[in-house]
Design a protein around this ligand. Structure first.
Ligand SMILES: Nc1ncnc2c1ncn2[C@@H]1O[C@H](COP(=O)(O)OP(=O)(O)O)[C@@H](O)[C@H]1O
Ligand SMILES: [Mg+2]
Length: 538
């Protein structure tokens, strides 16, 4: 019994020992695992620290900005990067251990005091602008950022200095240039209007506001159709909104240049004439982002042109009237008088029987000169104004004139007149006859041609006259109207160009080295009548 108890006790003890052994073993395992984890964590933390230190030092080294660490509050530099030495011009050795004040890095030391006080107070400052003076004495505009850090238990400042001189200069240049352009646009005597992509007005300068009698406030956001302005072409027809330069430039995506446009307020007859330009601006995606419209006031110029036009019309009319009057005068009185004198002389010669030979010869000579005079007067009269023009009309006058011309000049003329060509208004007949006359004179004087052709055709709507030669042709300046060299021309072609538009017609001169053609087209108006019914004063 005692033995059994002893065995039981041993077993219990054994179990207890075994359990405690197992437990302590387990505790040992568990403790080891904890330690291992701890060690792992420390290792990881160390690695992370290393990594971040490495990252920091790389960033420090490679930063394009000047970076430095300085002691607080003394300000001695403990470390600076290469960008710092580049910016300031001081080497590492010249920098470390010295303060910005000793190095005169801040142009305004008071500004530094201010920024450093802020840094101490707020622990961090950003983008504080200051002027940094380099070793060579050059001033650079810079931005200062800093934060307080602790290094080896000491309070320090990590500072970053960014050189913004170039950016500042570029900004300043841009600002100055914008200012210049703004002033230019504002004070420009040319009206400038900026339209948005939907032709809405975004800006109008002083000149434009005055020109169109609008204020920027009332016009802003509206398009020009909402401004009670009517736009007209030179011929007086209205230009619809979509055909105005701004909307058209948006629609066509191309610029419009020097278009003559008249503007008048609704209910007013006064027209403001402008020379309009529209220049579309494109956004990055290719769409039209804006249109710049410019308007030059040419009202005075138009009025002067109109006055000049009226003057030349009047002059040509007066010239025609004067020629007609002179021509008739010569033909009707002077030629008749000469004829009468000649007849009287003939009569006298016959009745004077006792004339000596010398006197008889003198009288005969006088009669010959008188006959010559009479012929010259008639030619002159008919050059000035052929009587046939008024009496029988253009076709007869041209035929007669062409014959005389061929005789005088030796130039062969082919006359091609449409059968049944009727009579025209006196104005039209005179104008066309003068053009024939002037063209034939030019052919004789300038072309060197031996033959020429006159063609006259017409239908119920218009008359076509064409005078052509196969001569040497004319210079460019004579062909193209209004190219500034008109003063070098004679009045012949200028006169032709003046006459035809007055009658609503067109004149074209084509010329090359193989000849010249003057082509006229006159519309037939209601006053044009058929042959015979044309009334003329005589
Ligand atoms: N048929 C032509 N052939 C060649 N040149 C011509 C002809 N007609 C005109 N021209 C040229 O054009 C110029 C202008 O002509 P115009 O105005 O009639 O002035 P003008 O005859 O007084 O010189 C002439 O000087 C001449 O050089
Ligand atoms: Mg001429």
């Amino acid at each position: 019994m005692g033995r059994r108890i002893a065995v039981e006790q041993v077993t219990i003890a054994w179990i207890a020992i075994t359990a405690s052994f197992i437990l302590s073993g387990a505790r040992l395992i568990l403790t080891n695992e904890k330690q291992r984890r701890l060690a792992d964590d420390i290792l990881k933390a160390e690695q992370a620290l290393l990594r971040s230190e490495h990252m920091f030092s790389t960033a420090f080294r490679l930063s394009p900005d000047a970076v430095g660490i300085s002691a607080i509050p003394g300000g001695e530099f403990l470390e600076v990067n290469d960008s710092f030495t580049r910016l300031t011009g001081y080497t590492h050795d010249e920098t470390l251990g010295r303060t910005p004040l000793e190095m005169n890095l801040w142009k305004d030391p008071g500004r530094r005091t201010e920024v450093m006080a802020k840094l101490q107070k707020e622990s961090e400052v950003r983008d504080e602008e200051f002027v940094c003076v380099t070793k060579s004495g050059e001033s650079r505009i810079a931005q200062f950022s800093g934060t307080l850090i602790e290094l080896d238990g000491k309070r320090c400042a990590l500072v970053i200095v960014r050189d913004i001189t170039t950016r500042k200069q570029a900004e300043e240049a841009l600002r100055a240039s914008e200012e210049r352009f703004r002033t230019l646009v504002r004070d420009f005597h040319v009206g400038v209007i900026l339209h948005g992509p939907n032709a809405e007005i975004q800006f109008a300068n002083q000149a434009a506001q005055q020109m169109f009698g609008i204020s920027l406030e009332e016009a802003k956001g509206k398009n020009s159709s909402q401004l009670d302005l009517i736009s007209v072409r030179e011929d007086g027809t209205e230009i619809p909104f979509s055909m105005r330069p701004g909307p058209r430039a948006i629609e066509m995506r191309e610029s419009i240049q020097n278009e003559v446009i008249g503007w008048r307020c609704k209910g007013s007859n006064e027209v403001l004439w402008t020379l309009g330009n529209a220049l579309p601006q494109f956004a990055a995606d290719g769409s039209v982002s804006a249109v710049i419209n410019t308007f030059t006031n040419i009202t005075e110029r138009k009025q002067a042109e109109e006055a000049l036009h009226q003057l030349s019309t009047r002059l040509l009319q007066l010239q025609d009237e004067e020629r007609r009057r002179l021509g008739r005068e010569l033909h009707d009185s002077l030629a008749q008088s000469v004829l009468a004198v000649n007849l009287n002389l003939a009569q006298a010669t016959r009745s004077l029987t006792s004339l000596d030979e010398r006197s008889r010869h003198s009288l005969a000579e006088a009669r010959r000169v008188l006959a010559e005079m009479s012929r010259e007067i008639r030619t002159l009269s008919y050059l000035l104004h052929p009587p046939l023009l008024d009496e029988l009309g253009l076709v007869s006058a041209v035929k007669e004139y062409a014959e005389g011309f061929s005789e005088r000049s030796g130039i062969k003329l082919e006359l091609d007149v449409q059968a049944g060509f009727g009579r025209l208004s006196q104005e039209a007949e005179t104008a066309l006859f003068r053009i024939v006359q002037e063209s034939l004179a030019n052919i004789q004087r300038h072309s060197g041609a031996q033959t020429a052709k006159i063609q006259l055709r017409g239908d119920s709507t218009c008359v076509n006259l064409e005078i052509s030669d196969r001569g040497r042709g004319m210079g460019k300046e004579a062909v193209e109207p209004g190219n500034g060299s008109a003063t070098r021309l004679g009045v012949g072609i200028l006169g032709m160009r003046e006459r035809i538009p007055q009658l609503g017609g067109k004149l074209e001169i084509k010329s090359s080295s193989s000849g010249t053609t003057v082509w006229v087209c006159l519309p037939l108006k209601s006053e044009v009548s058929n042959a015979g019914s044309h009334s003329h004063s005589r």
